[in-house]
Design a protein around this ligand. Structure first.
Ligand SMILES: O=P(O)(O)O[C@@H]1C[C@H](O)[C@@H](CO)O1
Length: 291
């Protein structure tokens, strides 16, 4: 499906040019907000915001907890753009649409992508409410050939065969840990492997057992395609999963997860995540451009 997707370089450029004509902000950092995490954008000062439906070429959000707004603004003097709502494969978007904003960000001059998501934990030591700094990912749809980079390669963005080792920037991960320590929240901060599955169903118990055996720490339905495309075009990447639930792994367990519960837990940790990301960006070595 995505290999026939007609999105071409000019389409990304058209959207980028439209945004550049509508705002004076010239962001170097982009933030993608996961389910229920849209309030990360609230910290931005001097905001210019656009509904996705008003942005030429932009897909539309259809999931509760994903407002569908692109917000530009300043965080501690650093210019950022924030997606209040992302696109998922299970909504019926092609992977080129899911990752469309990332290439637009590249054309806006963004150098660092911060991705966040809500995820269920497989790691026995994790609890709901934990924050997991993403060390690496397993991209199940990608392993099966559902990859946003499939199809003709756009050499203007990056190479045909991009490496995927060391994608989650080590120095940003360390910086985030140091910040968590100084915020006094290290007791619920983890580092681990995120696994993307297609969704929209949550995992069966047998699937949960498989993921656990594979060494997956947290599972969700997003992030890997955006990270692939960002890394392909040379962006630095940092990722956070908010653990909103423990994945049910036992037939004796009568618990089950639902999207409302996911949004509830996201809300609970929103302030901490906002503070962590704000401090991370404030410590980044970035020179602002002006329009
Ligand atoms: O956009 P993210 O990955 O945060 O959303 C997660 C995965 C599903 O879209 C949804 C399930 O509650 O939350």
């Amino acid at each position: 499906m995505h290999s026939k997707d007609p999105i071409c370089h000019e389409d990304y450029q058209r959207t980028a040019d439209w945004l550049l004509s509508q705002t004076q902000h010239r962001p170097k950092v982009a933030i993608i907000c996961g389910s229920g995490l849209g309030m990360l954008a609230d910290a931005l000062k001097c905001q210019d915001s656009f509904k996705y439906s008003d942005i030429p070429g932009f897909p539309q959000s259809t999931v509760k907890g994903h407002a569908g707004r692109l917000v530009f603004g300043e965080l501690k003097g650093k210019t950022c753009v924030c997606m209040q709502g992302r696109f998922h494969m299970y909504e019926g978007h092609s992977l080129s649409k899911v990752t469309f904003p990332v290439r637009v960000f590249k054309l806006l001059g963004v150098e660092t992508l911060i991705v966040t998501n809500a995820a269920g934990s497989l790691a026995d030591s994790y609890n709901s409410g934990d924050i997991m700094i993403i060390r690496d990912h397993i991209n199940f749809p990608g392993l099966a050939g559902l990859n946003p980079l499939s199809g003709p390669n756009d050499d203007k963005f990056g190479p045909r065969f991009p490496p995927m080792s060391g994608v989650y920037d080590k120095s940003l991960r360390k910086m985030a840990f140091d910040i968590c320590k100084s915020m006094g929240v290290s007791q619920y901060v983890q580092e681990g492997v995120y696994c993307m599955v297609g969704g929209p169903n949550f995992e069966s118990i047998a699937e949960a057992g498989l993921l656990h055996k594979l060494g997956v720490d947290a599972v969700g339905m997003s992030t890997a395609p955006e990270v692939l495309v960002a890394s392909h075009c040379g962006m630095r990447v940092f990722g956070l999963s908010l653990i909103t639930n423990k994945v049910v792994k036992s037939y004796e367990d009568n618990e089950s997860v639902n999207h409302e519960a996911v949004l509830e837990v996201s809300k609970m940790r929103s302030e901490t995540l906002q503070a962590l990301i704000t401090e991370l960006i404030s410590r980044m070595d970035i020179n602002n451009n002006t329009a």
